[in-house]
Design a protein around this ligand. Sequence first.
Ligand code: GLA
Length: 385
Amino acid sequence: MLIRDHFRVGRFVLACGLAMALVSGAQAAGLGVSEDTFGTLSDGTEVDIYTLTNANRMEVTILTYGGIVQSIRVPDRNGKIDDVSLGFDDLQGYVERSPYFGALIGRFGNRIAGGTFTLDGETYQLPVNNGPNSLHGGTKGFDKRVWSASPIRTGDRVGVELTYFSPDGEMGYPGNLAVTVRYTLNNDNDLRIHYSAVTDAPTVVNLTNHVYFNLAGAGNGTILDQVAMLNADRITPVDDTLIPTGAFMSVAGTPFDFTQPKPIGQDIRADHQQLAYAEPEQGGYDHNYVLNNPGNLDALAARVTDPESGRTVEMYTTEPGVQFYTSNFLDGLQGQDGETYKHWGGFTLEAQHFPDSPNQPDFPSTVLRPGEKYTQTTIYSFRPK
Ligand code: GLA
């Protein structure tokens, strides 16, 4: 056989192999996805749970209710596995008392001032559910909807694809919005969330995920000793209802500076107006950090490490901002495994466009028009350090 023919045969074999892998969903060793029933809503709708596993004994569970990340089990430096995301064992917990634990947030993550905005000359009124403002998509946002789901099996990832159709006028927002979210896990311990959405009329979109992390294990004390780095030189300071003033504030020389790693609790009680707005009595972070490398999925956006267990989460995102929130509203909430979630018992890293963008002309736009596609990719990586 001529060398050329060898190449041809080789290429043919390779092509067949690839095709078979795609058809049969051949997986890298150790990756798996399975589906089960989690519970039933009072109207009879069944809620399913998808379990993603990898070769490093990492396991992530996701619910069709709210697209909720229900658990993230990660080994520590000694191989001990714990769930690093706050949540509940049963559906009832999520329906009745969840402060957005692990949930997909939409149509608009974070706050819109007065629950109102104007787009193309039309003014829209949204449900007001947080003081005078609209928070996280209104009284029944995407976190309280049941999503359609199907498993994902590609060569090096497993996951679940969730879809939700938000009709025109739902929660006051214009336009029919079709949303797809793909959660996937690989053998590098990356939990990747890919979002996309299209509309048939001009609207605003700001999707995020609201996992509360405690790297020592959910319910295992506070996160004050966990060491955070946020790759952001500025925040968008807020008023006393947590709506951005429109200004940008340098973090240099303030308790908000996490450009160099420091324990989350180091300055949390400092005397600073912005900390007091987030938590008037004891202090807390609940602020949008303006990322230094917006739109760059290769740039590290945030890293938090628990010195005790050695567990680390790194965040990468295409979004321009991240809401860093230290569970200032938690205070003894009953969670999974009989655990009690304390004040400062978790932190969130909500990848997002800036809060109240529809009313803030100097912020990156959150407007989505027909013919355009909203996309976001955010990765929470638990690669051992
Ligand atoms: C976001 C907000 C917080 C709080 C939580 C949910 O992080 O910024 O103020 O509302 O969601 O409790």
